[in-house]
Design a binder for this molecule. Structure first.
Ligand code: DGT
Ligand code: MG
Length: 392
């Protein structure tokens, strides 16, 4: 339940709890707190258990509406193991935790943090490159590595893709998506999900769910519509990876980690002049080209920065049949930790499997339909938790 507490108090709590060194760790442009650093480091050693243990405690601490001044006040906290206690105690006493300091100073941590921040690079690949003695983006660019298509664009637009996307930018992209979708599928419903739906002002990407009140009408939207209009015909698309719907109601799919919606992971050109104009209340758009508008053929971030009026932005488009929409909305609103905890609760406490498609009771072989998120919480016998309370 603590994970569900409103998180607007996070910074206040962190300011009390953590040393300036942890707060101002800008090695990778982030300011992760001490336990988050240990969580990341555990992830880099593929230790899922330790990653989750640190992440959960970190999230709980961030959500507390008061400052932590002694470890004793944390007695009885869910998931607070000996290791976390020691870290918190050391920080409270000395203002710094030696373990965290040595992790942040280690070359391995710094390199893996940098490499995993590249679009298309996971821990395994980052580790492999690190073992091959690469340490910087320049090393990678100068290497003989055969990059995947994702990694190529990840490196090409690295600066843009690691610059947070603002709400104004997300709104502008939404207009472009709407124009493309309504042209082919009037009556479609487009919903901004992910962190923006949780009230965050910035995100690393923009997530949209697209559905239609008449089930089946949404089929093929990605390939037939978005691909040819929103993307290539206007030269707005820098990268796209399309996947067809592969969902079938069956036990095997309900236990799969991934979802099976038709979707398109893209990187688009966002015209920043139009965003600036919209922000200053002077939206002079003509013809409605929200994203891009600079014509085809991106030169890559940083090519001629003074002439570059666009920004590469990651946009995920997920096409959802209306009967699964409530589940998709819940699954794609996040946060990732919130989703993980909710699914864990469903499994351990209710013996049900919750996915972005359905809620399923394997023993009773029963599916629970839901027309809105509220109904899913009711099926799980939980009070409704609003999106802005899901920032675990
Ligand atoms: P952000 O973009 O930095 O503001 O953070 P979020 O919370 O928007 O995170 P994001 O965009 O990675 O994902 C949004 C939610 O959607 C998150 O809870 C996890 C979920 N999600 C993302 N990718 C997938 C996927 O491939 N399959 C499923 N089932 N869920 C996903
Ligand atoms: Mg997102």
């Amino acid at each position: 339940r603590l994970l569900e507490i409103e998180t607007r108090h996070r910074l206040q709590v962190l300011g009390h709890l953590l040393p300036p060194s942890a707060l101002s760790n800008t090695a990778t442009g982030k300011t992760p707190d001490a336990l988050k650093i240990l969580a990341e480091n555990a992830e880099y050693y593929e230790s899922v258990g330790r990653y989750l243990a640190f992440t959960r405690v970190s999230s709980i601490l961030k959500s507390l509406p008061y400052a932590v001044t002694s470890v004793d006040s944390l007695r009885g906290f869910p998931g607070l193991g000996e290791h976390c206690r020691k870290v918190i105690e050391e920080i409270l006493e000395d203002g710094v935790c030696q373990e965290v300091e040595s992790v942040t100073q280690s070359q391995r941590y710094q390199t893996l943090t940098l490499f995993t921040s590249i679009f298309g690079v996971g821990v395994k690949t980052a580790e492999k490159w690190y073992k091959e003695q690469h340490q910087t983006l320049a090393d990678l660019r100068a290497s003989q590595i055969r990059f995947t298509k994702e990694q190529q664009v990840g490196l090409q637009y690295y600066e843009d893709l690691t610059t947070p996307v603002t709400r104004a930018e997300a709104d502008m992209i939404r207009k472009t998506v709407e124009e493309a979708v309504y042209r082919y599928l009037p009556g479609a419903v487009i919903t901004l999900a992910g962190g923006f739906r949780r009230g965050k002002e910035t995100g690393h990407d923009v997530d949209f769910l697209i559905t239609h009140p008449e089930e089946g009408k949404e089929k093929g939207l990605v390939t037939k519509v978005i691909h040819f209009t929103f993307c290539f015909s206007q030269g707005l698309m820098l990268y796209s990876d399309e996947i067809g719907n592969s969902y079938q109601k069956c036990r095997k799919q309900e236990t799969s980690k991934f979802d099976h919606f038709e979707r398109c992971f893209t990187i688009v050109k966002l015209n920043q002049e139009l965003v600036n104009a919209a922000v200053s209340g002077n939206d002079s758009r003509e013809g409605g080209q929200g994203a891009g508008g600079q014509g085809a053929g991106g030169q890559g971030a940083g090519h001629r920065p003074e002439d570059k009026h666009w920004k590469a932005v990651r946009v995920d488009l997920v096409i959802v049949p209306i009967s699964q929409f409530a589940y998709a909305l819940l699954g794609w609103t996040g946060s990732q930790l919130f989703e993980r905890e909710l699914r864990r609760y469903a499994k351990n406490c209710k013996h049900m499997i919750l996915t972005s498609h359905a809620l399923y009771h394997p023993q009773q072989n029963e599916y629970f339909s839901a027309a809105a998120e509220e109904e899913i919480f009711a099926h799980l016998e939980l009070d409704y938790i609003a999106p802005w309370e899901r920032n675990a």
